[in-house]
Design a binder for this molecule. Structure first.
Ligand code: SAH
Length: 223
């Protein structure tokens, strides 16, 4: 077997190629098939998106706390939502609501031309922004605001991804979706929600329920 440089460094064992490969294998077993999505996730250092104390768990397929009562999404969910967003066409511009740790943002930024990401908690936004800056991801614009309002300035978007659960589709987001564009969002008000994909048609929207997911709620206002 050929040794990769990071396999030779015992200090960063948790970030080694093998550790990441195991996560990718687990995602494939769970049903993720889009190679570009798997490669985007394989290429990202998820341990840098969580506190150091949790870094050793960063390549497990689980959600982890990031402070402010929020979580970095489970890798499977990130992969599934990204796959659903890109399935029929690759959007040029994507609006993401709920930057959180910035991990999903980074996955999207690896796959599309430009990502616009809105977060209501200033501190989370600043941390995500500095992380992604140090990873040299330059095709992302951030905004501190209430994502339920979308981001009118750059609308319409070919893709919209919402990573906190509203009860229904926020009207502003539906309006900011380009014709032919796709929005992926969790919807519902319990601890479990439906993962829904909306496609904007010439008139109205097509709507598919993909599976059950568990997200924090989309909250009003900023913090
Ligand atoms: N994709 C993120 C998920 C973070 S959890 C990750 O994997 O790290 C959901 C995020 O949505 C939290 O950071 C929360 O603060 C944010 N959020 C909740 N309601 C929001 C709103 N109305 N507008 C913008 N962000 C919101």
């Amino acid at each position: 077997m050929q040794l990769m440089p990071d396999d030779l460094d015992p200090g960063i064992g948790m970030t080694s190629r093998r550790t990441r490969d195991r996560l990718i294998l687990r995602l494939k077993e769970a049903g993720i098939t889009a190679p570009e999505v798997l490669e985007a996730i394989r290429g990202l250092p998820r341990h840098l998106f969580v506190d150091e104390a949790l870094a050793s768990r960063a390549y497990e397929d689980s959600a982890l706390p990031i402070g402010h009562g929020q979580t970095i999404s489970q890798p499977y969910t990130v992969a599934r939502m990204t796959e659903a967003l890109l399935e029929h066409a690759r959007p040029d511009t994507v609006l993401e609501i709920g930057t959180g740790s910035g991990f999903q943002t980074a996955v999207l930024a690896s796959l599309v031309r430009r990502v616009y990401s809105v977060e209501r908690v200033q501190e989370l936004l600043e941390r995500a922004q500095s992380r992604l800056r140090s990873m040299k991801k330059r095709n992302i614009r951030f905004r501190h605001g209430d994502g339920a309002q979308g981001w009118r300035e750059y609308a319409p978007y070919q893709g919209i991804m919402v990573t906190a659960a509203p009860r229904g589709v926020p009207r502003a987001l539906a309006e900011q979706l380009a014709p032919g564009g796709v929005m992926v969002l969790p919807m519902g008000d319990g601890t479990k929600q439906m993962l829904v994909r909306l496609t904007r048609l010439e008139r109205g929207f097509a709507h598919e329920v993909l599976e059950t997911v568990s997200f924090v709620p989309l909250l009003n206002g900023i913090s």
